[in-house]
Design a protein around this ligand. Sequence first.
Ligand code: ADP
Length: 438
Amino acid sequence: MSRLSLRFVTLGVATPVVALFGLAALAGLYRGADAALALIFVGFLGASIMLARNLRLLVAWARQPVGTPAPQGEGLWGQVFAELGGRIQRECEVKERLSAELGRFQQAAMAMPDGVIYLGEDDLIEWMNPMAEQHFDLDRRNDLRAPLQNLVRQPEFVAYLRSRHPAEPLVMHPARRRDRSLQIEVVPLAAGRRMVLSRDVSQLERLENMRRDFVANVSHELRTPLTVVGGFLETLIDGLDDFSREDVVHFLTLASEQSTRMQRLIEELLTLSALETGAPGVGEAPVDVSELVDEVFRETELLSAGRHEIRLALDGGGELLGSRKELHSAFSNLASNAVRYTPAGGHIEIGWRAGAGGGEYWVRDDGIGIDLVHIPRLTERFYRVDRSRSRETGGTGLGLAIVKHIVTRHQGELKIESQPGAGSRFAILFPASRLKSG
Ligand code: ADP
């Protein structure tokens, strides 16, 4: 209660008491002591009745739910009730604000992509979000108030939880999901409480493995031709006079082939890197598809040098919105694969058709074909079914990875159908939105 109200209350109580005793003194003086006592008695009786009525109001109000408006008290009590009512109202507002804020925090923590577990004393679980349930295979309804180390018993996790100030986060594979990697961190809070944060880093780990494999593959791919070139050069240096001119030319030709191979590998790596880092859509324009497919057909004939029967199947031309350079690279990659993996005398068909549902470019051959198990992995960098055959034909193992990137940048789809010994059909499907029929 404010100081002003306190003074008011003191004055409000003191005034009637002083007035009552003043009147009683006057009554005593003029009418005798009996009259004075009677007056005091009546005064106190009135005050007691008023007190009882107001107390009843107060008790009835106290039994109502919090937030019920204060009753209308009599006299000074009205002021007291108003003060109490105002105070309760203010506290209710503060409580509502705090619980709304708490609700917001809880909502955010529940929706977090990371797992969060609050641990109380003795590492008893006080709260956890759905992601933590998933990560540690816990159940929010049954596992609260249980010690975390009793529920997640992997030794490395228990040891990590025990070490009170771990320097590094723990990376572990949960017992039931060995393919998943979790990065776990324990954050100390006030009063001995702790928070366990968990993050699924499986994707990061996969990327890191891919990066490592990629570096190893590139090094391996470059080392082989370099070793060959180095070997030839050393042989020539050691015994130049011992070799005939034909031998020297033969060695140098082989060395030059290896250097061409390294060059092609580096060019394809650069193409792949440009496709990965460059923003898609830059330099796109309507491309005359018949003209482009015809160009690829003529190039394929040159590459085959008469060893295959090559057919062009054009069903409707039209314009395809895209990067001509990239489309040419994808189309000719598929065509050159058909030449390289089809023995002499085989047949190759290069085709394009456009319809209402979109456009399709395809290359069909009756070459060596591919076993079904390899098909899902063909677009991985450096993946080859037969490494030596790929090398013999000048392959780098990057062609289909490049095709896949280009197709994705054009919102297309790469479809591979193949049967060992019978041949393959590689097709790129383009969405109708990229097509303008001619
Ligand atoms: P490469 O440079 O080795 O040809 P690609 O990425 O172009 O690399 O192709 C990956 C692998 O897919 C090849 O090594 C080969 O085993 C297989 N392949 C691709 N096209 C054909 C095809 N038309 N017929 C048979 N196998 C193919």
